[in-house]
Design a protein around this ligand. Sequence first.
Ligand SMILES: Cc1cc2nc3c(=O)[nH]c(=O)nc-3n(C[C@H](O)[C@H](O)[C@H](O)COP(=O)(O)O)c2cc1C
Length: 344
Amino acid sequence: MRLFMLLIFNTSQWELRKLFFSLTLCRTGARLNLAFAGFFAFLHWLVRLKQPRMLNSVVRRMSTSVRHFPIRQDVPNLSDMRMSYNLTSLDEKDLDPDPIAQFNKWFEQALQSDVHEPNAVTLSTASKDGRPSSRMVLLKSVSEKGFSFFTNYESRKGKQLAENPFASLCFFWGPMQRSVRIEGRVDRLSSEESDAYFRSRPRGSQIGAWTSHQSQPIQSRQELENAEAELEAKFHEKEIPRPPHWGGFLLSPDYIEFWQGRVSRLHDRLVYIREEESQDAEKASDPALKCDTPPPSLSIGGERTEPQSEVTGDATIVTPEHHAHHKQHVVPRSGKWIIKRLSP
Ligand SMILES: Cc1cc2nc3c(=O)[nH]c(=O)nc-3n(C[C@H](O)[C@H](O)[C@H](O)COP(=O)(O)O)c2cc1C
């Protein structure tokens, strides 16, 4: 203890002081304390040896984690981490015949639960040669036409959508044990729609859209802040127009899946498929009408080796690979929705 007090008051680093102090409070035994004291004395000595920048950042990070995250004695193995889903179920009779109405119903419930940012969604796109990439975006509107989000058209996702217009959205609403997957074709919103949304954004975000050459490498944070300051001066007390490289996309869905977690991993998966899509899918699974694409091979408990298509229950979901072979059926943007239950 005495050694600790000595260190606390000897060190010139405020963050280090805080760390020593918290360790003194939550000590588990004299030996452990001695080991910690030795370790931090060593750190302290290094700080004095002109390595302050690196060590300061390490210490700051360590003390930030002490402040923000609970200290766990028993960090579990990832392989042991699992939750049991038992909140509720999803039955065919619960579903609205219109998937957008069903989405709105679940979204309302997500808003009322303690889901953090329920409109945050993973957007997956793929390059023209099929290499996928995913990132989060914020869903900004939902209508019978589809789901829209806003971004930089010259970003990685923007470029991928220009060369391959198919994408998917995946929501996970943990506290509700629910997920929604949406797939379809993506097109730019009209410039009027993008302008209208851009005008509604806070001024700082408007400047941000001009400042950021999204997805491009930059030298430093400072470069970004300098650009922001320049643009603030340029647009001072003026209305900020929408940058031509920034705007909205609309995903017109042909597949919407509602997933409700259930016990023993026997989850409920109910999916709406555009009727044309489903007929095309039946063609794709019919050996007589089959295209050259090899069938998907799945290995139980292992990796999916050929992710060309997904076969679940009695529905084969057609993917871009198949789309390329059946161009006449590519984009079912109208038509009835049919509902299928998929095996979890
Ligand atoms: C919760 C959350 C919401 C985000 N929303 C958006 C968004 O609406 N539009 C956007 O361009 N980037 C958004 N981002 C940043 C993106 O995830 C991503 O970093 C950025 O769009 C660049 O992606 P890209 O290089 O694949 O194009 C969001 C990030 C998070 C974590």
